[in-house]
Design a protein around this ligand. Structure first.
Ligand SMILES: *[C@@H]1O[C@H](CO)[C@@H](O)[C@H](O)[C@H]1NC(C)=O
Ligand SMILES: *[C@@H]1O[C@H](CO)[C@@H](O)[C@H](O)[C@H]1NC(C)=O
Length: 247
């Protein structure tokens, strides 16, 4: 045991110039054999999330608040809508409502709730239900209490300095409580038409979000999982988990 510790210390010391990096100080290890491993992980995730979402430059982990979204173009059901230069804000203030990590079953289930906002430049032309809508300019979409549930396989991959955790094939579902749209310059800035359209769109938000939410949520999950895997790729399971058994 002592010999193992010494070897491990030397190995850790040598890592200064190697691929692997140290854990940021705000992330504490959880014990592999701790009966409360799952709640320890949940606590660590909750505590480190506000920092983690800002990115860890020394490990090459990018910030995920905001997330720059790819252009979204919707054309169907009599409506053409494009959203460009869009950014999603809000991941740093998510509330983790459930997290179940089981290393033996290789499962990872995370549920969080967030007030998310998407800002961008829109162009819209067509109809929402029966009402014509037309305009282009800046927009802000506020999705209140958006719940996202991610379930993923959590596997181990061998690296130069040990094993690394990796999330693979994440599945997700989501639910949005309410959405508010703010489209600037609707109907060339005609205030009356714009006000009544906002009232109508906000009352019938599901109609628009059925098309808008799926590509946005998909990008959020993909970007979030990518950032987590980048982090996992830089630190070994041994660094992350106390008494981690494999080698
Ligand atoms: C994770 O979620 C999946 C799908 O909802 C479920 O089948 C599985 O039992 C969950 N795992 C844990 C550890 O809760
Ligand atoms: C979202 O905002 C509402 C209203 O300000 C607040 O009551 C709620 O707790 C917020 N939800 C989250 C997940 O922050």
């Amino acid at each position: 045991m002592i010999a193992y510790r010494i070897v491990f210390l030397v190995a850790a010391f040598c890592n200064v110039n190697g691929e692997d990096a140290y854990l940021p100080s705000y992330i504490k290890q959880c014990g592999y054999n701790d009966p409360d491993f799952a709640s320890c992980v949940q606590q660590q995730v909750v505590l480190s999330l506000p920092q983690f979402t800002k990115g860890i430059p020394e490990l090459g982990v990018p910030s995920i608040d905001p997330i720059n979204l790819d252009d979204i173009i919707i054309d169907g059901n009599g409506l053409k809508l494009s959203l460009r230069k869009a950014q999603m804000h809000g991941l740093s203030t998510v509330h983790v409502t459930d997290l179940k990590v089981n290393l033996k079953d290789e499962s990872f289930n995370l549920t969080f709730v967030a007030n998310m906002s998407v800002s961008g430049v829109y162009n819209i032309d067509g109809r929402i239900l029966v009402l014509p809508i037309k305009g282009d300019g800046d927009c802000l979409i506020l999705a209140d209490n958006t719940e996202v549930e991610i379930s993923s396989k959590l596997t181990f991959v061998k690296g130069k300095n040990g094993e690394h955790l990796k999330l693979v094939t994440p599945n997700y579902k989501y639910q949005i409580e309410k959405t508010t749209f703010q489209f600037e310059n609707l109907f060339n800035g005609n205030k009356e038409l714009s006000d009544s359209m906002h009232q109508f769109a906000n009352a019938n938000w599901k109609q628009l979000m059925d098309d808008l939410a799926p590509p946005v949520i998909k990008q959020i999950v993909r970007t979030g999982v990518k950032a987590i895997n980048k982090f996992f790729n830089k630190v070994t399971a041994q660094q992350l988990i106390n008494d981690y058994p494999h080698n």
